[in-house]
Design a binder for this molecule. Structure first.
Ligand SMILES: [Zn+2]
Length: 184
């Protein structure tokens, strides 16, 4: 009950729930960033797993690119809540939102031109473990793209990211290092 209240309070503070329009007669749920629907973790993993079989290693780039688009949608949901906030406050708020949206518990560590984000119970790695997909390499490319876009928008610079630790591969958490792209 306490956890449920924390969730409701946080979303009410952000004025997120008010943006959702339920239209059961048409079977639609609409949000500020477009239509949304509930999808299970296994759908994400199965999609990624099958994609890898078809396009090989290129699936990483695809997942990362789609993740960035997803990150932009997350950002748009929050946009009105960023007024007057510093870059650090923005990325922490955005990561809290992603945490409360069920993507895993996010912790943010900042250094100059770099943002490290640790994620416990990340949705994709969790699914890989629970659904018995085996992986000997990091799996959370979609998640990485999502976080890169949040960092880009929070700091106003172009960024690149890589997953340096992944809970799919014997780590307690996934770790994403997101750094400012070097200007040529
Ligand atoms: Zn991972």
């Amino acid at each position: 009950m306490e956890a449920k209240s924390a969730f409701k309070n946080f979303f009410n503070t952000l004025k997120i729930l008010q943006l959702i329009k339920f239209n059961p007669e048409k079977g639609k749920i609409e949000f500020s960033s477009g239509r949304i629907a509930f999808l299970g973790e296994d759908t994400l993993t199965l999609f990624q797993n099958e994609l890898e079989k078809i396009v090989g290693e290129n699936y990483k780039v695809l997942a990362y690119t789609i993740g960035k688009k997803l990150g932009l949608n997350f950002w748009k949901c929050l946009e009105k809540n960023f007024n007057g906030k510093t870059s650090e406050e923005k990325i922490k708020l955005a990561c809290k939102f992603v945490t409360y949206s069920g993507w895993g518990k996010h912790e943010v560590f900042l250094t100059k031109n770099q943002c490290t984000i640790r994620v416990y119970n990340s949705i994709i790695s969790n699914s890989y473990k629970n659904k018995h997909f085996n992986s000997d390499k990091p799996t959370c490319h979609l998640h990485c793209g999502l976080l890169v876009k949040l960092v880009e928008n929070a700091f106003g610079w172009e960024a690149e990211g890589k997953e340096t630790k992944c809970a799919s591969v014997e780590s307690k958490y996934c770790e994403f290092i997101i750094f400012r792209k070097k200007l040529i």
